[in-house]
Structure formats: C-alpha cells, structure tokens
Design a protein around this ligand. Structure first.
Ligand SMILES: Cc1cc2nc3c(=O)[nH]c(=O)nc-3n(C[C@H](O)[C@H](O)[C@H](O)COP(=O)(O)O)c2cc1C
Length: 196
C-alpha cells in the first residue's frame, strides 16, 4: 500500500509541504509507503471542456498533469494540501481536481476505493470554506474519508509558520493515523477498487 501527499502550493517548501510531510510521517509509522510531491513550478491548467477524456483515459492538454494523475491512480491513499488563495483553493489545485476529476468520471470512477483527505492552510480567512470545497471533490470521487476533530486546517503565513499551530499540526497527524487505519481496513475487506 502507498499513500501519496500532494502539496498544491505554488510556493516551494512552504506550509502545505511541511504539514503534508507531517501527515505522511504518521502514515509511514503504520508501515505504509509514502511519497510527497509538490505542484510548485508545474503547469496545471484548468479544464477546457474539450471532452477528449470521454474517449480515452487522459487529458489532451499538454502540461504537467498526466504524470500526477498516474501517481494518484497508483496510490491507495491521497492527501491534497492547499493554501487558501483569496478564500479558495489555489489555481494549481483547481486545475488538478477539475481535470483528474473529469478523467476519473469518464473512466469508470478510478478513484473509488481509495482513502483520501484534504489539508488546508492559511493565514486566517477561508479555511473552512476551502476545506468544504476540497471535501466536495473527494466525496464525488467516492474516496473513503476519515473525519478529524476540529478539521484538517492549520494557520500560518510565512514559510514554516504552520509548525507553530500545534492544534493544526495535531489535526494533520490524526488525519494520517485515521487514513492509515482506513487504508488497512479497506484493503483487508478487498474493497480498494472501483465497484463496477
Ligand atoms: C495570492 C495569495 C492569496 C492569499 N489569500 C489568502 C486568503 O484568502 N486567506 C488567508 O488567510 N491567507 C491567504 N494567503 C496566505 C496563504 O494562504 C498562507 O501564506 C499559506 O500559509 C501559504 O501556504 P504555502 O506556504 O503552502 O504556500 C494568500 C497568499 C497568497 C500568495
């Protein structure tokens, strides 16, 4: 089993990366392989509604999306972390969820049976709104999602500041532990594949 963490900030090595690494450490402690990737520096455009993914399981826009989609498809658990940008997920994350979401929708729900969850970081405003935005996506992709008391949100502005938000860091840790439990449970039940 493998868990993939995706930092959806255009800022390299910032708070999203730090807190996702923390959640993945909690998962790795339970004996599950982990990989952390960052979307910083990548080009991931929004969906252009061309509908090419109705015919084949890929997006024809030539940017950095498809290798990320392949990694997501191969993972049993996925965390997507995003900073709040003007009350919402970043454009990178929007592009990622729009286009992988449409590929998945048109290819038989290839994310069903995976365990997932978002993490949202911000200085202050828009945390729960953005968390809800992300939850809607995970839900419609039919991920199994664990709950986390007081939600998977954390505060910080400058690089690394999120580490000072103990409650936020503890929430991410708990997300990792709950995801590891759920991944093992779903795997043992043989329910980690799309139901056709
Ligand atoms: C373009 C932009 C928009 C932002 N909008 C918000 C916002 O709406 N609310 C907020 O609390 N913080 C906002 N922030 C601050 C970031 O969410 C915060 O610095 C976060 O920790 C960045 O995460 P990162 O280090 O992973 O990039 C914004 C930052 C940028 C660059």
């Amino acid at each position: 089993m493998k868990a993939l963490g995706i930092s959806g900030s255009p800022r390299a090595d910032g708070n999203s990366m730090l807190i996702t690494r923390h959640a993945l450490t909690a998962i790795a402690e339970e004996g599950i392989k982990t990989e952390l990737i960052s979307l910083a520096g990548l080009s991931i455009l929004g969906c252009n509604a061309c509908m090419a993914c109705l015919k084949e399981e890929r997006c024809i826009i030539e940017d950095d999306l498809m290798p990320i989609y392949e990694k997501m498809k191969a993972a049993d658990g996925i965390i997507i972390a995003t900073p709040v940008y003007f009350g919402s997920a970043t454009a990178l994350v929007k592009g990622l969820i729009e286009r992988t979401g449409y590929i998945v929708r048109n290819s038989g729900g290839t994310f069903q049976g995976k365990v997932g969850g978002p993490i949202v970081v911000a200085r202050r405003g828009g945390l729960t709104f953005t968390l809800a935005q992300m939850y809607y996506w995970f839900e419609t992709m039919e991920f199994y999602m664990p709950g986390v008391a007081r939600w998977n949100i954390a505060q910080g502005l400058g690089k690394g500041e999120v580490a000072n938000d103990k409650e936020g860091m503890d929430g991410a840790w708990k997300l990792g532990k709950n995801m590891a439990f759920l991944m093992k449970t779903v795997h043992a039940a043989g329910d980690d594949k799309p139901r056709r």
